[in-house]
Design a protein around this ligand. Structure first.
Ligand code: SF4
Ligand code: SF4
Length: 435
């Protein structure tokens, strides 16, 4: 059954400048000659390094062991020699240890057909163990270890399981491309999750602009005997946000919690359970006006950003700004040596004009920011409170509920840097400031 829903409230429709063909296949990025693999690619504590300089590693070998409840295993994305274990800075100024591996030797996991493993007779503990051991985390942005989401607590029934097929930002299309090319695998992953969670209902959420994928998915479900509805949601940003997807689909009258997994995460679950393949690569959108051939690339984790641009024909103009992610929420980076990690769904390049700071004008109280906030906040009031240092009052107004989606700043005709101010205010609150 296909069902069309509306965004509960707000949202914006920024232009999609990615220029990526909707039909172009995902291209395999070249295997990097050096991979820089951070031990912090997930929510929670960094993985503990289990290799040292000089060690030989094979493709898919464990190099970082999960340490703590929210941690996740990290594996080598290439075969080779560990040349260093060193500190690096990730986007957003986050410090992490990283294992630096120089490519050499044989590929054990890729380029060879893999025999699917039977999973239907496996126990819940074994299935969760395969997912945990493969280092699968939420690839849509949460980076939460997936086995935790799939371990349903006793007495906590699951009413709804949602496969989120909506890319997180305008211009990103990695999830669209993956769902188009790996339809059967994603349907099979939903069957695995169904076995673990026993949900009352399963739904695939698609954006309006991905409606064309519904038919193939329905066929895959019919073949694998999976009862899954399809909800077509507006392509209004931030429709892909987990809470908004769940709010749009809703569960009427059924007790129990909802579980939502991004389609890229589901694909990683399939690879872990059926192909015994750890999470060592992901699909990344490389887009933006200066990119010669914007495209979706399958990339080994640890590949440097600069190598991705070379795969896309280089940059036609000097970049004004490069962000990890998309145009609305992307985090600016200052070096092309930053590596692709499990959380990298896209890289967007802006030209110099787009990156120029726009002149800020006084608030004209037009209310546009209030109109577009998906969380019913009053950005103009929050802004005033944070600017005057009244953090406790801003907190009472809902500052901590702000997801920094960027809709208010996008809509503001006075170019007021609302999100940057909210970000700083939230940081100050977390640091114990109370105004
Ligand atoms: S950035 Fe925050 S305040 Fe602005 S629209 Fe998004 S959630 Fe609302
Ligand atoms: S959109 Fe900008 S100018 Fe309009 S009320 Fe909000 S902050 Fe003020």
């Amino acid at each position: 059954m296909t069902d069309t829903r509306k965004l509960p409230h707000g949202g914006v429709n920024p232009p999609n400048d990615s220029n990526i063909s909707r039909t172009a296949p995902i291209a395999n990025a070249l295997v990097p000659s050096r991979a820089v693999i951070p031990l912090l690619q997930h929510a929670g504590t960094p993985a503990r390094c289990v290799v040292q300089q000089g060690d030989k590693v094979s493709e898919g070998m464990l190099i970082g062991k999960a340490e703590g409840a929210l941690s996740a295993n990290v594996h080598s994305s290439i075969p080779g020699t560990v040349v260093a274990v060193t500190g690096i800075t990730l986007p957003g100024g986050v410090a992490s240890q990283a294992v630096v591996i120089d490519l050499e030797g044989e590929f054990g996991k890729s380029g060879k057909p893999r025999q699917p493993r039977a999973w239907e007779g496996a126990s819940r503990i074994e299935l969760l163990g395969r997912i945990q051991s493969a280092g699968v985390v939420g690839l849509g942005g949460s980076r939460m270890p997936t086995h935790l989401k799939l371990a349903s607590a006793p007495g906590s029934p699951v009413a709804l399981l949602v496969a989120n097929g909506i890319d997180g930002e305008p211009g990103l299309s990695a999830d669209f491309a993956l769902l188009r090319e790996k339809t059967a695998e994603i349907a099979e992953a939903l069957r695995i999750c169904r076995a673990l969670l026993e949900p009352q209902r399963i739904v695939l959420a698609l954006g309006e602009d991905a409606r064309e994928l519904a038919g193939a998915f329905e066929e895959a479900c019919a073949t694998s005997k999976l009862a899954c509805d399809i909800a077509i949601l507006p392509s209004t940003y931030p429709q892909g946000h987990e809470q908004i997807v769940l709010g749009s689909i809703g569960v009427k009258g059924a007790p129990g919690r909802s579980v939502i997994l991004n389609v890229a995460t589901l694909h990683a679950v399939y690879e872990a359970v059926v192909l015994d393949r750890p999470l060592i690569e992901r699909v990344v959108t490389v887009a933006g006006a200066p990119v010669a051939r914007p495209r979706n690339l399958k990339v080994r984790l640890g590949t440097r950003l600069g190598d991705l641009f070379e795969e896309c024909g280089g940059l036609l103009a000097a970049p004004g700004k490069i962000v990890i992610g998309g145009p609305m929420r992307g985090v600016a980076v200052s070096s092309l040596d930053i590596p692709v990690t499990k959380g990298t769904s896209g890289v967007t390049v802006f030209d110099e004009s787009a990156a120029r700071t726009r002149t800020e004008w006084p608030c004209i109280r037009c209310g546009a920011c209030v109109e577009v906030c998906p969380w019913d906040l009053f950005p103009t009031r929050l802004y005033k409170l944070v600017r005057q240092g009244s953090l406790a009052a801003a907190d009472r107004e809902g500052l901590s509920r702000c997801t920094e989606c960027g809709c208010c700043a996008f809509a503001c005709p006075s170019h007021i840097p609302l999100v940057a101010v909210f970000h700083e205010g939230k940081k100050a609150l977390a640091g114990g400031g109370n105004g």
